[in-house]
Design a protein around this ligand. Structure first.
Ligand SMILES: *Cc1c(COP(=O)(O)O)cnc(C)c1O
Length: 412
C-alpha cells in the first residue's frame, strides 16, 4: 500500500509527512498539511462519514482491492478525513508515515502486535500508563511476548535488561505522574546497539514540545484523546514512524484487526492540531506558574515539574523539549487525608483522571490511576498517599492557584 501526499488523488487511511506544504514552520503545517481534495471546495476539511466507496467499474474495484490502484476502499483502512489527520501528524512529528487508531491503547496494541512475534522481548519503563502496563503484563505475555521493567531514568538498567530476543524498548517521557524525564537519544543508542526499536509515547509533550524521532526514536505513539484533541471530546490515537513499519506493518495490522479511527474523531483532532502549538505554550506557561506557587507554599512537601530547576530531569528536559508541558504533581504533608482535603476543597478544578483538557483536572493517583497497583509497587514508583496530580488547563492561572490554595494549610 502506498503512502499518500496531501494533494494526491485517492486518499488512503494513512498519511505521509511529505507534500507541498512541508518546509513551512510547525504552526503552519499544523494548520495547512492534510487538506483532502474534494470538488465542493470546502474551506474546512470535510468529514467523510462513509463506510465504503463506489468504484467506476468492476476492474477498478479489483485494482483498488489489490492495492494496484491507490484510493479509497473501505473506511476501516481508507478514509480521507482520517488520512488528512495522519498526514498532518506525520508532518508535525517529522515521520514518513502515520496511522490513526481508535484510541491511544489501540495505537500501543497495533505497534506491538503489528511488529512483534511470540518469543520477542520488550524492555519498558515501570511508570507507564496503567492500561499499557496491563496490556504488556496481562495480555501480550499470553501470546509469548515477555517484558522486563526498568526505571525510566536508569540508563544502566535499560542496557542490562536487553536480551538477545529484545525487539523493542518502550518509554513515556515525561512520565506520569512524577514528570520523570528519559534521555531519548541515550535510549535510542541502547535500542539500536541491540537491533531493537525505541518507541516513545509522546502523549504528555505532543510534537509541539518534543519530537522523539529527531532524537533517534523509531516510533512515536499517541493518545490523541489528550492534548491533540485538547478539549476532552473524543478518543483516538496514532502511530508515527517510517514507511515500512508504520505504513505497511502497523497499517496492515489495523486493516486486518480493525481498531480504526472514526472520521468524526479525526476531524476533531484535525481542528485540535490547528491550535496545538498555542495551547501547549499556554499550558506550559500556566503549569510553570502553578509549580512555582506550590514550590513556595509551606503546606507542600514536594513539587514534581521538570520546569523547576531542582527537578532531576530539568537539564535533559531543557535539551530535548521546547517546553515543560501541563502536568504538575505535588505531595502534601499529611498523607491521603491532606491530599483529599486539597482535592475536595477545589471549586474550579474537575476531579477526574483525564488530562490534556482546557479544563484543569485534579486527581489522587494512589487511589485512582494507581489504585489497583500493590502498595509495594506504588512505593517503588514513588506514588505516595500525599501525592496530587494536576493537568493544568487554560483557565486564568490566578483562578487555578486560588483554587488549589483553598485546601492547603495556611502559611505559618
Ligand atoms: C491516556 C493515555 C494512553 C491511552 O490512551 P487512550 O486514548 O485513553 O486509549 C496512553 N498513554 C498515555 C501516556 C496516556 O496518558
Amino acid at each position: 500500500m502506498s503512502t499518500t501526499t496531501p494533494d494526491a488523488e485517492g486518499e488512503s487511511g494513512q498519511g505521509s509527512g511529505e507534500g507541498e506544504v512541508t518546509g513551512y514552520g510547525f504552526a503552519t503545517q499544523a494548520i495547512r498539511v492534510g487538506q483532502p481534495s474534494e470538488s465542493e471546495q470546502a474551506h474546512a476539511e470535510p468529514i467523510y462519514a462513509t463506510s465504503s466507496y463506489r468504484f467506476a467499474s468492476a476492474a477498478e474495484a479489483a485494482a483498488r482491492f489489490s492495492g494496484e490502484q491507490p484510493g479509497n476502499v473501505y473506511s476501516r483502512f481508507t478514509n480521507p478525513t482520517v488520512a488528512a489527520f495522519s498526514q498532518r501528524l506525520a508532518a508535525l512529528e517529522g515521520g514518513e508515515a502515520c496511522v490513526g487508531t481508535a484510541s491511544g491503547m489501540a495505537a500501543v496494541l497495533a505497534t506491538t502486535l503489528g511488529l512483534l512475534s511470540a518469543g520477542d522481548h520488550i524492555v519498558a519503563s515501570r511508570g507507564l500508563f496503567g492500561a499499557t502496563l496491563s496490556l504488556f503484563s496481562n495480555h501480550l505475555t499470553r501470546f509469548g511476548i515477555s517484558v522486563s521493567w526498568v526505571d525510566l531514568t536508569d540508563t544502566t538498567a535499560w542496557r542490562e535488561a536487553v536480551r538477545p530476543n529484545t525487539r523493542m524498548l518502550f518509554a513515556e517521557t515525561p512520565s506520569n505522574p512524577l514528570c520523570e524525564i528519559a534521555d531519548i537519544a541515550r535510549l535510542a543508542q541502547i535500542a539500536h546497539a541491540a537491533d531493537a526499536l525505541l518507541v516513545i509515547d509522546n502523549c504528555f509533550c505532543t510534537p509541539a514540545l518534543q519530537r522523539p524521532l529527531e532524537h533517534g526514536a523509531d516510533l512515536v505513539v499517541h493518545s490523541a484523546t489528550k492534548y491533540l484533541d485538547g478539549q476532552g471530546r473524543c478518543l483516538g490515537g496514532a502511530v508515527v514512524g517510517d514507511r515500512q513499519r508504520v505504513g505497511e506493518q502497523i497499517y496492515g495490522f489495523i486493516r486486518s484487526a480493525g481498531p480504526a479511527m472514526s472520521p468524526f474523531n479525526a476531524w476533531v483532532f484535525l481542528k485540535g492540531l490547528e491550535t496545538l502549538s498555542l495551547r501547549m505554550a499556554a499550558h506550559s506557561e500556566r503549569a510553570q506558574r502553578v509549580a512555582e506557587f506550590l514550590a513556595e507554599h509551606p503546606g507542600v512537601a514536594r513539587v514534581y515539574y521538570a520546569g523547576l530547576p531542582h527537578h532531576r530531569g530539568h537539564e535533559v528536559a531543557r535539551r530535548q523539549q521546547s517546553g515543560f508541558g501541563g502536568i504538575v504533581s505535588f505531595t502534601v504533608a499529611g498523607g491521603r487525608e491532606a491530599a483529599w482535603r486539597v482535592i475536595d476543597a477545589t471549586r474550579l478544578c474537575s476531579i477526574t483522571a483525564n488530562l490534556g483538557d482546557t479544563k484543569t483536572t485534579i486527581t489522587h493517583p494512589a487511589t485512582t490511576t494507581h489504585g489497583t497497583v500493590s502498595e509495594a509497587q506504588r512505593q517503588a514508583a514513588g506514588i505516595e498517599e500525599g501525592l496530587v496530580r494536576l493537568s493544568i488547563g487554560l483557565e486564568d492561572v490566578d483562578d487555578i492557584i486560588d483554587d488549589l490554595a483553598r485546601g492547603l494549610p495556611a502559611a505559618g
